[in-house]
Design a protein around this ligand. Sequence first.
Ligand code: G3I
Length: 335
Amino acid sequence: QNLVPIKEVYQDYFLIGNAVSTSDFDGDRLALLTGHHNLVTAENAMKPDSAYNNGHFDFNAEDMLIQMAEDQGLAVHGHVLVWHQQSPEWLWADNNGNPLSREDALVNLRTHIETTVEHFGERVISWDVVNEAMNDNPPNPEDWQGSLRQSGWLQAIGPDYIEESFRIAKEVIDENGWDIKLYYNDYNDDNQQKAEAIYQMVKEINERYAEENDGELLIDGIGMQGHYNLNTNPENVRLSLEKFASLGVEVGVTELDITAGNDGVQTEEEMNQQAYLYARLFQIYRENHEHISRITFWGLDDGSSWRSDQSPLLFDRNLQAKPAYYAIINPDQFL
Ligand code: G3I
């Protein structure tokens, strides 16, 4: 296959990323990775629970993965500092599972973020500081605090754990004079209720910080994960994107995939519908490229996807390009 590199098609618009583990840095997978992408996110290796070994910080596996990316000239996006999943529970709860005191949880939050951000420094271009803090389809999205997921961090600290997380990360970055963008990242980003709650949250936190800091942003970007399916309405994606961009933050599409099919089988119709939706999305992304920093796919091929059964990616299990690949290479011609 002599394929046009995706990263070259979009080089004037945004970075093209993918989610990786060390096993992607070999053979045909590596060729696919470096051929089409210029950015990577660790699919699992840089999550909070990976930062500890027996309760002590241990970044060996992370450092190895980052070195592999650097050797290939790939930029790295940090995923993730604060999340309710894949994190040691002692960060926010005691041995019985009861929330720590606010003070104790804040100490753990600070130590975790400071140590991690310090350790990686400018080897990452950006961080997902807080991931998936919002409930799905919140009924009163104007009340963003009331729309927050009941996570361990929320229960121990309260709604300001989010602002605190960004402030801690920002302090480290400013003290060192680094240029690293700080993101809030979430899924079901096409749901307008959820998008509204995220919008209200980022607006309030950024306005407060700007007042104290000569108009500077605290949250630099909003990550739209982009885990879509054939029922996703691309016009809702556009609405969310424009809403977030109106805050003056950059938007990252951080974990894009579109499920179509079941049991690892995709009919020709499903493949074409999937390609059609990818093409529509890339038209929207291109139109809004001034606000978009990167488009990251969540996996190289259908076989290694977290939703492998539903064949959500551009390349099939033999790493061959699907209609979706051709659709994003030239959306106008495809549609
Ligand atoms: O590493 C262990 C292995 O030792 C063990 O034998 C095996 C048995 O189940 O599990 C392995 O861990 C799995 C891990 O992926 C690495 O493969 C976990 O069970 C599995 O739950 C984990 O899934 C990851 C998931 O996040 C966890 O929440 C997916 O790979 C990863 O794609 C997914 O990524 C998330 C983003 O971080 C945030 N947004 C949503 C996205 C999709 O869920």
